[in-house]
Design a protein around this ligand. Structure first.
Ligand code: ANZ
Length: 955
């Protein structure tokens, strides 16, 4: 490149080179920091500021904050951060008060595992990683309000995470009011008798343990002995979401077992309906909304009771209309009623296929249960055709026709969904069909096939599944559904079931309560202590934050990964001095034991948007007025929230669902006005990179691969190339630091934004970066004399038409593109304008140079700031008004209009393509040549075909 050529450098000492970029960028970054250029004023409090700025419309623009990993950033990480920064800068230049900052999501396993390996305290390594990342991010020129940054590990921050936990613990969901309310209001209802205490006793008669147990049935955060995913290899329990489809831990790939443990849970299921309904008003990608809807999984159906031995088995079905086709039942192997109904011996003549060759039902059940326990829910639900199960020896009664139906256990029915029991309708459910065929169970057709297969299931290869067909074979003594369509039949049967006391219509959700305990060190301690009766007590707010104690060993005790009979042992439990405390919780000093689990990694990211608003408030999580200002509901945003949230699509469900849930609880309790955290969500694509592998399949350093003879070579060996993720392990990471050193941050920013539409994944190509560097060099050269460093701009009103058109078209296009987050096309338009100016040559008029610099400012802020200063301005480019196009120059070039008189061409006019018929007629008739040709003759008729033809018929 020319800038490395000493002769060229001598001839052009003021060329835009990497060295000059580095100097400019460092200087402006220092300036911005010193001036607080990106400080967004609050309406009150310690961050209050200029009322004129506060009075502007607000924009709260946010990124999914990073985990400060030890590896630092590669060029893929800042893609979203650069995009939000460009967008935020544009919003600042179009009259908004813009809040844009970035914190760190800093609790989590990697730091803990590093601590286990090296003995370094997780805080020490995490803080070092944060420092390193801050340096890397600062180098990119991101316009963050740094006063608002924090890390989730800061005690000042997690104090409020703990405080929110207590809010949730101390509240219950009032189904009538459809909102959370303080638990004290529930206690008052029990005390006054307004709400009867289950079991018939009065509140005052209950012991403290009984009261606590009763309340934990209602609390939104509650401890329960729940079946959990216990992973001995990691020494911790995992949320369902952290377990892979084949029943192993996502992290570490260890086996995961179902075990019963006392764990904290969050009753997110209480909010299922609202989490679903409120999605409608959010401006999110449809794909993400769909994933949330599926995750919540609302199913309308019925609960139906099947009598058995004077008791009943209740099933959940979405197809009560098929009740006449229910020929057997299935319970989940773990269903608590299994033992109860299992007889001592097989009924006379029980088929060998049903018994599985076992001597007694009890033996068959025990053997099958052991087999089922080793499979994950996902494996059990897989659509495999070979269904397994075993007969329990019991028969129940189909309430609709009195028929005896055999009761099986099979692992395709899950305990955690519906009631853990189903009525099987093999004619119309694929899994039931496969099972019925395997176990030689009757199959009845109750929904008339519409595909011509006929109504005899003996001839079918599969179930007939349809929601849009007529009911058949469904008439009994008490009710008939024949001839009704599915919807009508569902309504009729549900009404009958309710009337006869056999069941009721119900809604079922796939969503489960959120398992909230982790057996980890590096997380938020629970602000909970247990008294000598084991009753959980909330710590008072005055005891927050409850800080993490020092321990000798950070790791949870891990076990033989295959040993299911182990139990977690938490790191915090080893610090006996911390665990056993004497506290006065209002009734005198007493001995307590602290909770020794910690919160899951999701906790800190559930509410961080709120803390950005008022980060130093020591009295409140956030001041209500400040929250209302930045996040309150407004036109088009009925639930309020952040104006723009950018991050990866991998957070479609967990983080976004948990954060929505916490927002709703805080909203219900009156702490915040917004009921949704993120109004608009945007998922950026990924920056991919080529992975080169040798013949053994091992990744080789991408930077050392040569391309020749149509192939790729590493150390003389041919290697293969595939597009994949970027990262250290694939030896293809490129760091922003390298690119900044070679070209500067502005070039890196432009390159990342120019690579393609933001929501599309794109391959990184270091060799292409120079293209954007050249754009900046030409921009610089259009304004600055490379020999003297002087600005070449001239003050003149005399600007050629072509240049005005190029300028205003660019302004118009770039404005629309930045607003629409189409950064790649915005850069294309800037490039086009700049190329036009380069070709035009000569000194640039100031009236062109200045808007050009302003157009570039959101994208490449350092060079823009430098040029703005060189153009003689003393204030920062950051707060200038973004240029507005003159519409007169935006319309396309003119088109030629032919004017005819009696069919003969008399004149050609250059007109705007959008000209109206009236205007065109007037213009034609006023044209000198036309006036001359008419020579005073009157006009009979004018035919106008705008914009290309005017035909005049003289009188
Ligand atoms: C009878 C029936 C007939 C069903 C038919 C379906 C089709 P969604 O839509 O996902 O809510 N089911 C209920 N509980 C289950 C459990 N714990 N494990 C496995 N399967 C269970 O699915 C509801 C349907 O899944 C229910 O409706 C039930 O089968 C089954 F033609 O009942 B259905």
């Amino acid at each position: 490149m020319s800038e490395t050529n000493p002769a060229a450098a001598e001839a052009a000492p003021h060329r835009y080179t990497a060295a000059l970029a580095a100097e400019i960028e460092a200087r402006w970054q220092d300036f911005w920091d010193a001036e607080g250029t990106y400080a967004a004023p609050n309406p009150k409090g310690d961050l209050a500021g200029d009322p004129e700025v506060v009075a502007r419309p607000k924009k709260f623009i946010m990124d999914m904050f990073p985990y400060p990993s030890g590896a630092g950033l590669h060029v893929g990480h800042p893609l979203g951060y650069i995009a939000t920064d460009v967008y935020a800068r544009f919003q600042r230049m179009t009259g908004h008060n813009v809040l844009h900052t970035l914190g760190f999501d800093a609790f989590g396993l990697p730091a803990e595992q590093y601590a286990v390996q090296t003995g370094t305290h997780p805080r020490v390594s995490t803080e070092a990683n944060i420092k390193n990342m801050q340096v890397q991010l600062r180098r990119l020129g991101l316009g963050h309000d740094k006063r608002r940054s924090f890390a989730t590990i800061d005690p000042d921050y997690y104090k409020w995470t703990q405080w929110i936990f207590l809010q949730i613990f101390n509240s219950w969901y009032d189904q009538d009011a459809q909102k959370a309310r303080p638990i004290s209001e529930l206690v008052a209802q029990f005390e006054s008798g307004e709400r009867p205490v289950p079991g018939g006793r009065s509140w005052s008669e209950l012991s403290s343990v009984e009261r606590a147990d009763l309340l934990s049935e209602y609390r939104l955060a509650y401890a329960s002995d729940a079946p959990v995913n216990w992973c001995p290899g990691l020494g911790t329990v995992l949320a369902n979401e952290e377990v892979t489809a084949d029943g192993r831990s996502e992290r570490g790939n260890f086996p995961v077992f179902k075990a019963k443990l006392r764990q904290w849970n969050m009753r997110i299921t209480a909010y299922a309906d609202r989490l679903l309904d409120d999605l409608d008003a959010l401006d999110w990608p449809e794909a993400i909304k769909l994933q949330q809807r599926n995750w919540i999984g609302r199913s309308e159906g019925a609960r139906v009771d099947f009598p058995i031995d004077g008791e009943k088995i209740t099933v959940f079905t979405t197809r009560p209309d098929t009740l006449f086709g229910a020929t057997y039942m299935v319970l989940a192997p773990e269903h608590p009623l299994v033992e109860k109904f299992t007889p001592d011996a097989w009924p006379e003549g029980t088929h060998e296929v049903w018994t599985g060759g076992h001597a007694t039902p009890a033996e068959a059940v025990a053997a099958y249960r052991a087999q089922a326990a080793s499979k994950s829910d996902v494996e059990r639900q897989a659509e495999a055709k070979d269904k397994t199960g075993v007969f329990t020896g019991a028969y129940a009664t189909n309430p609709v026709n009195g028929q005896k139906v055999p009761v099986f256990i099979a692992d395709y029915v899950l305990m955690g969904y519906g009631t853990g029991a189903i009525m099987a309708v093999p004619g119309h459910d694929t899994r039931d069909f496969a099972f019925a065929r395997a176990f030689e169970l009757p199959i009845v057709c109750v929904v008339e096939p519409t595909d011509g297969r006929g109504t005899d299931p003996a001839t079918w290869d599969d179930a007939f599944v349809s929601h849009d067909a007529k009911t058949v074979n469904s008439s009994g003594e008490h009710i008939s559904l024949d001839g009704l369509n599915v919807t009508e039949a569902k309504a009729r049967i549900t009404e009958w079931l309710e009337r006869e006391g056999h069941g009721e219509g119900t809604v079922n959700f796939r969503l489960r309560d959120w398992l909230f305990s982790r057996q980890r060190y590096w997380g938020e301690p629970f602000p909970i202590v247990y008294d000598e009766d084991g009753v959980a007590h909330a710590l008072p707010e005055s005891m927050l934050p409850l800080e993490l104690p020092e321990v000798d060993d950070y790791s949870p005790r891990t076990f033989d990964p295959d040993d299911a009979d182990t139990q977690p042992e938490t790191p915090l439990s080893r610090n006996e001095d911390w665990v056993n405390v004497t506290l006065d919780l209002g009734d005198g000093p007493k001995k307590y034991r602290r909770e020794t689990n910690t919160m899951p990694n999701w906790a800190g990211s559930c509410w961080y948007e709120l803390r950005y608003l008022d980060p130093h408030n020591s009295e409140k999580l956030v001041d209500p007025e400040i929250e209302r200002y930045w996040m309150g509901p407004r036109e088009g945003m009925p639930h309020g929230g952040v104006d723009l949230y950018v991050g990866g699509a991998e957070h479609a469900v967990l983080h976004l669902l948990y954060a929505r849930f916490w927002s709703k609880v805080l909203h219900d309790l009156g702490h915040i006005s917004s009921a949704e955290p993120f109004h608009k969500l945007f998922n950026q694509g990924m920056i991919q990179a080529y992975v080169y592998r040798d013949s053994r399949g091992i990744a080789v350093p991408a930077a050392e691969v040569e391309e020749r003879d149509g192939g790729y070579w590493y150390q003389g060996e041919r290697v293969t190339r595939l597009l994949g993720k970027m990262g250290k392990s694939l030896k293809n990471a490129v760091t922003p630091d390298e690119i900044c050193a070679e070209y500067g941050a502005d070039t890196l920013r432009l390159y990342e934004m120019a690579m393609g539409p933001l929501d599309v994944s794109r391959p990184w190509d270091t060799r292409a970066v120079v293209g954007q560097f050249r754009l900046l060099q030409r921009l610089w050269r259009n304004i600055v004399d490379e020999a003297t460093g002087e600005v070449t701009v001239v003050d003149t009103d005399d600007v050629d038409e072509d240049t005005l058109r190029a300028l205003h078209k660019a302004i118009d296009g770039v404005r629309g593109d930045l607003e629409g987050m189409r950064f790649n096309t915005a850069i294309a338009k800037v490039t086009e304008l700049n190329n036009h100016l380069t070709k035009r040559g000569g000194p640039l008029p100031r009236s062109v140079a200045e808007p050009l610099v302003l157009l570039v400012a959101p994208l490449a802020p350092h060079i823009a700031e430098e040029l703005w200063r060189k153009l003689g301005h003393t204030d920062s480019v950051v707060h200038q008004d973004f240029p507005v196009a003159d519409p007169a120059y935006v319309v396309d070039e003119t088109v030629t209009c032919v004017v005819q008189i009696k069919g003969k061409v008399k004149a050609r006019l250059e007109v705007s393509p959008g000209i109206s018929e009236d205007e065109l007629e007037k213009t034609a008739l006023a044209d000198e040549r036309v006036v001359a040709a008419l020579d005073g003759a009157g006009i009979r008729k004018v035919i106008v075909r705008a914009p290309k033809l005017v035909n005049i018929v003289p009188a």
